[in-house]
Design a binder for this molecule. Structure first.
Ligand SMILES: C[S@@+](CC[C@H](N)C(=O)[O-])C[C@H]1O[C@@H](n2cnc3c(N)ncnc32)[C@H](O)[C@@H]1O
Length: 407
């Protein structure tokens, strides 16, 4: 089975913005950089930098890489829409933070920037500018002469067939024009890889000759590892916004494998679940005893029994409230807002009106419970976990079977 080295599957980009369209390709980018060791990399279309900084993260382990250049007008195009200098500033703040002398940016139209590069001087080109057929074709044709003989060209969005997206069409032409020199990753909107020369150095180049079954397994594996990254971003977004935080377009998610913030938010979510378990218990108790409670309103002889039930309920409820208070103390305000006033109301209402207080309490609880986001966020969390586990399984498989690790 042809799979990338384990560190590729483990690769997690240090920098993630709200632009998730490309993020799942970060492990592919790392693999390309580590395996091909290009001397010069150029990106056409860097925007906020999700792709560019993934390439740069990988480049930190490749001393052969002498220069990595971001080209963008930083004014936007039909699909990003026009944007402000804030996008340019965000990209360049990150660039400065890295302090990597091999990096340079060119703020210009692609066709103007092309004149700054000599023929045959680029080893890897990532084309991710405007997506219309004519634009992509022009980018490729203008920059092809700049490529070194064994250069590699990457095309983002090969899988998008929406109106106005023509990368898939240019890619189909390239596949026909370069037999046995291409490979297409199909996740994260697609990334087409074109190997211009005959060089076979580096496992990444084997992609072009993979038998279909091997290619399908590889695609699935890379999709899985890419989706784990994108789902982490989505999950983090939901956790932040659900718990009162803000995520604007310029947001940068917690960096790399530093999951501390996510873990903290995850534990608040766990509290939310415990709260739901408590709600379920209250609801169940009420359902079991509501006949007695209702009967008590019309039948005086039931009053004693109802009083006992009420005492039992309040005892249980107080036990749960104590637990809840402990959780609140641990977790802050996440659930206090919606729950506490209702619990207090239920506890302090005089006996005769306990039923209505409970009813309003339960109505509020079921509104909370029906909150669809609860389901989606938990399923997203467990999906990300499942993907992590799947990747671990793959990594273990590689460690057991790959001669690089067993020898
Ligand atoms: C799809 S975005 C790039 C996304 C980026 N690679 C990422 O990972 O998020 C396309 C970018 O290309 C730029 N662009 C499009 N056509 C251009 C052209 N002809 N010259 C310069 N920049 C262009 C836009 O300003 C925009 O920032």
């Amino acid at each position: 089975m042809f799979l990338p080295p384990p560190e590729v599957l483990d690769f997690f980009p240090d920098y993630r913005t709200t632009q998730i369209a490309w993020q799942g390709l970060a492990p592919v980018a790392a693999w390309a950089i580590w395996s091909l060791k290009p001397g010069r990399v150029v990106e056409l279309g860097s925007y906020r930098g999700d792709s560019f900084f993934a390439f740069l993260d990988a480049a930190s382990q490749v001393p052969e890489l002498r220069e990595i250049v971001a080209v963008d007008s930083w004014t936007g195009d039909k699909h990003t829409g026009p944007f402000t200098g804030q996008v340019y500033a965000q990209f360049h703040d990150e660039l400065e933070r890295r302090g990597d002398h091999r990096v340079r940016s060119i703020r210009a139209l692609f066709s103007d920037a092309a004149t700054q590069f000599e023929e045959g001087s680029i080893d890897m080109l990532h084309i991710d500018g405007a997506h219309e057929y004519d634009a992509v074709k022009l980018d490729f044709e203008q920059w092809l002469p700049k490529m070194s003989p064994n250069g590699v060209v990457l095309f983002h969005d090969t899988m998008v067939t929406d109106p106005d997206f023509g990368v898939w069409q240019v890619w189909a032409e390239i596949e026909a024009a370069y037999p046995n020199r291409t490979f297409n990753f199909e996740h994260s909107n697609g990334l087409g890889v074109l190997f211009l020369g005959d060089d076979t150095t580096g496992d990444f180049r084997q992609l072009a000759l993979l038998p279909p079954r091997e290619a399908a397994i590889l695609r699935d594996t890379m999709r899985l590892t890419g989706e784990a990254i994108v789902n982490t971003t989505r999950y983090e977004y939901l956790l932040i916004t659900r718990n009162g935080g803000a995520v604007d377009v310029g947001h940068i998610y917690s960096r790399g494998h530093d999951r501390t913030r996510i873990e903290r938010l995850r534990s608040i979510e766990a509290t939310r679940l415990e709260t739901h378990a408590l709600n379920a218990w209250i609801e169940q108790w009420f359902n079991v005893h509501k006949g007695d409670l209702t009967a008590a309103l019309v039948e005086p002889s039931m009053l004693t029994q109802t009083k006992l039930l009420r005492e039992e309920f309040e005892g249980q409820l107080q036990h749960h409230v104590a637990r809840l208070e402990q959780l609140l103390a641990e977790q802050g305000n996440a659930i206090r807002l919606s729950l506490e006033p209702l619990v207090i109301q239920a506890l302090t209402t005089p006996g005769g009106s306990l039923g209505p207080a409970l009813a309003s309490f339960l109505a509020e609880m079921s509104r909370e419970k029906n909150d669809a986001q609860d389901d989606s966020i938990m399923s997203l969390g467990s999906k990300a976990d499942a993907q992590d586990q799947a990747i671990d399984t793959i990594l273990n498989y590689i460690r057991r079977n790959d001669p690089r690790f067993t020898s």
